[in-house]
Ligand binder design. Structure first.
Ligand code: SIN
Length: 328
């Protein structure tokens, strides 16, 4: 009789459910758009994927059940706490999160900055509800599990339609197609083909300097909003936001960070009054190339929604410093 001297122990995978179209239900199988998101519980969703049985030990938890257009700071804080909890467990190899596509890129970026995982945290989703004739959710979950099981995987990534995107670059670029995400000109991290990962570039690396414990007190998160530059843009919205105590503003600028002169005047006076202002570009690809004499900082390549999260976390970190808390 053969005895296995060193049995290989497969570590646990955790799957966290948050809602989205992947858990959506429509009245008819042929209806791909008139569905209600976030109806199927995570256990039921996974039970409908028999092939998962061959993927090792999986435990699941429902963290929220929402349409991701309604994503809130409360859900983000709860999700980050569960991610950190499971990442700290030596028996856990990685985490998969099922999520709506609409704000997936924001949650992915938020988790990358606040959890900075050395293990894989893989967000996945679907563009067709669970009741569709051909739902895309099950294959996306299988692909996400393959990525989370990869021995070298780390950081937060998104997996959709066989493509692995870094949390830093991923953006939803199509409202209907199954392959709805892009990494822009950064290119994807890799592809999943027949359950195998073909790696193209490095995994996302941890960013320095974000205090993750500080995000637990959601009520104290600073208000940061996005304003957009467009033909006829004015300072009206900026003034209204400043009057309401906004702490930070991200401008979705035209082109290489350009801003209408009227909006720019409002932003500069907000900045002079202590509001943090950051320029990002509304172009989906590329980044702002700064010029000497620029008076408003740029987002270092982050899209407007990600620049907003970075600025919010930066302000939270700033508020935590002893001098800000009045403890010298
Ligand atoms: C959502 O973002 O929750 C709904 C849309 C989707 O998942 O595709």
């Amino acid at each position: 009789m053969k005895k296995q001297l060193h049995p290989v122990k497969r570590r646990k995978l955790v799957i966290l459910g948050t809602g989205g179209t992947i858990a959506g239900k429509a009245a008819h199988a042929s209806d791909n758009i008139g569905y209600t998101a976030a109806q199927v519980g995570i256990d039921q969703l996974l039970a409908a994927i028999p092939a998962l049985a061959a993927s090792g030990l999986i435990i699941s938890e429902q963290v929220s059940q929402i349409d991701s257009k309604d994503m809130s700071f409360d859900v983000w804080a709860r999700l980050a706490a569960r991610v950190r909890h499971f990442l700290a467990d030596d028996d856990v190899q990685g985490i998969v999160i099922t999520h709506g596509t609409d704000t997936l890129e924001e949650t992915a970026f938020f988790l990358q900055l606040t959890c900075q995982p050395a293990k894989p945290v893989v967000l996945t989703c679907a563009m067709r509800p669970a009741t569709a004739l051909v739902p895309d959710g099950p294959q996306n979950v299988m692909d996400a599990v393959a990525v989370a099981r990869h021995p070298e995987a780390c950081g937060v990534v998104a997996v959709c339609a066989g493509t692995v995107h870094s949390a830093m670059d991923v953006q939803k670029v199509h409202p209907y197609r199954l392959d709805a995400f892009s990494s822009g000109d950064a290119c994807p991290v890799g592809y999943v083909e027949e359950g195998k990962l073909r790696l193209l570039r490095n995994w996302p690396v941890p960013q320095a300097g974000i205090a993750c414990e500080a995000i637990e007190k959601v009520a104290t998160w600073p208000r940061v909003e996005i304003v957009m530059n467009y033909a006829g843009a004015s300072a009206l919205t900026v003034q209204a936001l400043v009057d309401q105590g906004v702490r930070g503003l991200v401008v979705a600028c035209t082109g290489n960070g350009t801003i209408h002169e009227d909006l720019q005047a409002g932003l500069l006076s907000a900045q002079a009054a202590g509001v943090r202002v950051v320029r990002s570009t509304r172009c989906p690809d590329g980044r702002i190339l700064p010029l000497p004499g620029n008076t408003i900082a740029d987002s270092q390549g982050l899209s407007p929604v990600k620049a907003r999260i970075a600025l919010m976390l930066d302000l939270i970190t700033e508020d935590q410093r002893p001098s800000a808390a009045g403890q010298t």
